[in-house]
Ligand binder design. Structure first.
Ligand SMILES: [Zn+2]
Length: 282
């Protein structure tokens, strides 16, 4: 099972940079989402692929026609929060308010229930497991925020599954579709999205996908945009991860979607034998 997902945000929604962190500064930046998103959507249609789009509520409010276009082209939409704030930096109340706002902004455009969530920067870890209670309270059915490896932000290294699982929290049960990993000498290696996808040579990625029973990808429009403004002040490692391989990444992505058949979360949900899945008490 290979699941295709995108986090729909702008080039300036990178983390680790104070000047782009505040929503009030966003209107002064160049917007690039429109062309970048159109290129992705056209390519998916051309290759007859399904995908799920985790949209920021802010994007839904600022560019309603883009979110409507995703919906009208037959792709499903989840939420990626409203303002792209790292969840572990929020209080429960702040998290709840932001989540509710994002759901409202998206549902107002699509008239469809938002059922899926992915945290900005995969920012659900051992310290903020209460996020699952909040998601269940807002009727989110499937979470995709677990990055079961070490990561600059978030990363839930001790999460005991890199396959679909059911999380049991105080409020009830929620399905989890974590990022998949490849185990190499006791380390979980990520290869299916973001900087990792841009960094690894395509033949290696293809081989790893061939060997995997479960693949959860994650891409951003900026992952394929070599002309985006470069934030020179980013910390060195972050800068490398944000901008490595940009010039060839869209070509690589097109190879990926011509070599493999992907499904969206709705289809994955139908195919996964949930009754046999691990239940993880959080
Ligand atoms: Zn994001």
């Amino acid at each position: 099972m290979k699941i295709l997902t995108f986090d729909i945000e702008e080039w300036f929604h990178v983390l680790d940079y104070e000047d782009t962190a505040d929503e009030r500064s966003w209107n002064k930046f160049e917007f690039r989402i429109e062309n970048n998103l159109a290129r992705i959507l056209n390519s998916l249609k051309k290759n007859n692929q399904s995908a799920t789009f985790f949209c920021l509520g802010w994007i839904a409010q600022k560019f309603p026609h883009l979110v409507k276009m995703i919906d009208q082209m037959g792709f499903e939409i989840g939420t990626h929060s409203n303002l792209h704030t790292l969840a572990y930096k929020q209080t429960k109340i702040q998290f709840r308010e932001d989540l509710v706002k994002s759901i409202e902004n998206i549902e107002n455009l699509t008239n469809k229930k938002v059922k899926y969530y992915r945290a900005p920067g995969f920012s659900v870890n051992e310290s903020n497991k209460w996020v699952f209670d909040e998601l269940i309270r807002q009727n989110i059915e499937i979470d995709c925020s677990i990055f079961p490896a070490t990561r600059a932000h978030g990363g839930f290294k001790s999460f005991p599954s890199n396959f679909p699982a059911i999380i049991s929290s105080n409020e009830g049960l929620i399905k989890e579709l974590p990022i998949n990993t490849f185990n190499l000498i006791n380390n979980r290696i990520i290869f299916s999205g973001g900087g990792y996808f841009r960094l690894f040579p395509y033949p290696i990625i293809k081989k790893l996908i061939d060997k995997s029973d479960y693949v959860m990808t994650y891409f951003h429009p900026r992952d394929f945009d070599p002309n985006q403004p470069i934030i020179r002040e980013l910390p060195l490692f972050r800068k490398f991860k944000s901008y490595v391989g940009l010039s060839k990444s869209f070509h690589k992505f097109e190879k990926l979607i011509s070599d493999f058949n992907f499904i969206d979360i709705k289809e994955a949900n139908k195919k996964i034998p949930w009754q046999d899945s691990k239940v993880i008490k959080i």
